[in-house]
Design a protein around this ligand. Structure first.
Ligand SMILES: NC(=O)CC[C@H](N)C(=O)O
Length: 380
């Protein structure tokens, strides 16, 4: 069923960046005030998956695609139980969503979930500004009586920064749960939830893995109580430099040489566990068409990304670590950012991007098969 929107909002809204640049538009979604880190996403589709990806917690997402909401909102595509973005910025919202799966309009969904957005602004100009000046704090203010410009700017500058933010525990499950294997069960995996997307355990379940999703606070004892064939560290929001607990848990896993796979935040945690630093990218990678080379095969894949930080590891030589040698296995062809790590002396690897591909192309699905092979190898 398709429902129509209420039509374009007449309520004024203003977006204020921390450097003072201001864009005026109309309220989209809930009317109110919100703050976060302004980032842009270049995906032409998949807005439901973007909105519900817990890694976007505390980020205000600017869509570079000019039309957003065309296919409405369905009940199948969310990657978690709620919208996580702190705010949403679009150029031209669909007035009449049209899709056989649509249940309601995106505007209605944003209102229902209390997500403050803005529409009708020049998102290309805003994106170019973020590209030149870097991701920065932002506020969206909507309503008929807006504060004066100086007050709004002062409020934006008081908002917390993403650098130094420790957010995984705010989005992760509080209770462990199990995603059963689809078909015959072949393996048990303990998955540390730092903000996991729903498609990730699903991609494992499709391969005969029973996934035990554990809270971000899980310890090595919690993991090994399950006698797992493999351990997985998920994506998640915030600055990896703050993730001391998952880093120490991962080191215990590396010491035991259990097959290990990490995605996104999980890749940054592996980097840290091995002794590398992480750093904030100027404006990050967010979209569904980023070219990555798998240097273990030479193949180039088109991939889904959502990261604002990256691992600082040497690209061209293996590095000795307390857990054996490690190589940069994947690299982004746009900017040579480290996109994957592969241990050479034990069964552990990770990628900075999203092989679960929700949304995005399925080029990188082979990484789940690689994880299965590592677990098969341990049994052989
Ligand atoms: N999707 C993720 O796991 C993001 C990891 C981390 N919060 C970053 O922004 O780089």
């Amino acid at each position: 069923m398709t429902t129509s929107t209420r039509g374009a909002s007449k309520v004024p809204a203003v977006l204020v960046l921390e450097d003072g640049r201001t864009f005026r538009g109309r309220a989209y979604g809930a009317v109110g005030v919100t703050f976060g880190e302004a980032v842009f996403n270049t995906g032409m589709s998949g807005y439901q998956e973007t909105l519900t990806d817990p890694s976007y917690h505390r980020q205000v997402v600017v869509m570079t695609a000019p039309h957003v909401g065309n296919t409405g909102v369905n009940d199948e595509d969310p990657e978690s139980g709620r919208i996580w973005v702190a705010g949403y910025v679009v150029r031209d919202p669909a007035r009449i969503p049209s899709n056989w799966r649509s249940r309601r309009s995106l505007d209605e969904e944003l209102v229902a979930q209390g997500v403050v957005g803005i529409s009708g602004i020049d998102t290309r100009a805003l994106t170019r500004h973020l590209r030149e000046s870097g991701a920065m704090r932002v506020g969206i203010f909507s309503g008929d009586n807006l504060p004066d410009a100086d007050t709004m700017l002062a409020e934006v500058r008081r908002a917390p920064e993403m650098k130094g933010a420790d957010l995984a525990a705010e989005v992760a499950t509080k209770e462990a749960y199990v995603v059963p294997a689809i078909g015959a069960k072949k393996f048990t995996v303990a998955a540390i939830d730092l903000g996991i997307k729903g498609m990730t355990p699903h991609r494992m379940a499709e391969r005969g893995i029973e996934v035990h999703v554990l809270p971000a606070t899980a310890t090595a004892e919690d993991i090994y109580a399950l006698d797992p064939d493999g351990v997985f560290f998920s994506n998640g929001p915030g600055d990896p430099a703050t993730a001391d607990h998952p880093v120490s848990v991962m080191r215990s896993v590396l010491e035991r040489r259990t097959p290990l796979f990490g995605i996104c935040f999980g890749n940054q945690i592996l980097g840290r566990a091995l002794g590398f630093g992480t750093y904030k990218l100027k404006y990050g990678h967010r979209g569904i068409n980023q070219p990555v080379q798998d240097r273990t095969t030479g193949k180039v894949e088109v991939t889904a990304h959502n990261h604002g930080f990256a691992v600082d590891a040497p690209l061209d030589a293996a590095t000795d670590t307390p857990y054996g040698r490690v190589e940069v296995s994947h690299v982004c062809l746009n900017d040579n950012v480290v996109e994957g790590l592969q241990l050479l002396d034990q069964p552990a690897f990770s990628v900075q991007y999203h092989p679960e591909a929700a949304a995005g192309p399925h080029d990188a699905a082979y990484l789940f098969d690689r994880f299965v092979k590592l677990m098969e190898g341990q049994r052989a």
